[in-house]
Design a protein around this ligand. Structure first.
Ligand code: CU
Length: 299
């Protein structure tokens, strides 16, 4: 391993040590799309069987680990392998069933009583999960994974079109978990390599910039400026600005927090046909991310 690679690795390790507690404590609660198998690879999963679905319907475990199911509905269900590997028989409400998966592969199962209730267990020797699968250039890519315990470091590889190449080397914690923080610069596929074992690929899409779409419409009493942001920015703020000649530029006249990180609707009194624009900022309300085109209010 070359010296520059070692330096990069130690920076990443320092970053990883600083952030993962936050990232792991709030899986998916930030409103961002979840990547990989949609599950934190921190511990073996528990699947809840609801009245209509397996939740989550797809889980990943390491070879040799157990998956448990609990009947969380008021109907009876079964957990039945499509390959004849396991069958829970009828589970009464509140009852559990567990199965240990020994070999790698993708294992489909269903409920014999309600065959449309189904799920999949992905079994691998390395699990890799991206906390978001849609980012914007400059965002942090948070990759977390788990593999069998061991001393060897885990290599994170990336393919942005020309084949996989190593981008980071991170240590394996005592339980086999690992984590890497990278900077998003382009869409790419990531995988983790631990000794002879390789994770399934995880795709992370990176947009060059956030797009702001603005339209204005006239209601009976007010006029409404609608804003849409893509990809979403949880906690983001939009500032509606008007060009005020007497104040030599654009001034914020209204501000709003994005609903779900995606949209905002800002009401204004009828009458004005002013030119307005929208500025998107980080949740701090200061850091500017994008400026919309100018829109004429309908009056
Ligand atoms: Cu069922």
């Amino acid at each position: 391993m070359s010296a520059p690679r070692l330096r990069l690795a130690s920076v990443l390790v320092a970053l990883a040590a600083a952030v993962p507690a936050v990232a792991l404590a709030q899986p998916g609660s930030d409103g961002v799309h979840r990547g990989g198998n949609g599950q934190d690879p921190g511990e073996p999963p528990l699947v809840a069987i609801s009245a209509t679905a397996m939740d989550p319907s797809r889980v990943g475990v390491l070879a040799g680990e157990r998956v448990a199911w609990v009947n969380a509905s008021i109907r009876e269900h079964t957990v039945t392998s499509r390959d004849g590997l396991f069958d829970s028989s009828r589970l009464k409400p509140g009852r559990r069933f567990a199965h240990t998966f020994t070999g790698a592969g993708s294992f489909a199962y269903f409920c014999r009583i309600h065959p449309n209730i189904q799920g999949t267990v992905d079994v691998a020797d390395v699990l890799l999960h991206a906390h978001a699968d849609r980012l914007v250039r400059g965002d942090e890519i948070a990759l977390d994974g788990r593999t069998h315990p061991g001393d060897e470091a885990v290599t994170i590889e990336r393919d942005s079109g020309g084949g996989f190449a190593a981008v980071a080397t991170v240590p394996r914690a005592a339980g086999g978990s690992f984590s890497a923080r990278l900077v998003a610069d382009a869409s790419a596929t990531y995988r983790a390599v631990a000794g002879a074992d390789v994770s399934a690929p995880v795709r992370v899409e990176v947009a060059p910039a956030r797009r702001l779409t603005v339209s204005a419409e006239r209601g009976r009493r007010r006029q409404l400026v609608r804003v849409a942001v893509s990809p979403p920015l949880p906690g983001g703020t939009v500032h509606l600005q008007r060009n005020l000649k007497e104040r030599f530029g654009w001034w914020t006249i209204r501000r709003a927090r994005l609903a779900g990180g995606r949209t905002a609707a800002i009401g204004l009194p009828r009458g004005s046909r002013a030119a307005v624009r929208v500025v998107l900022t980080q949740p701090d309300g200061e850091t500017k991310l994008a400026v919309s085109r100018t829109v004429r209010l309908p009056g």
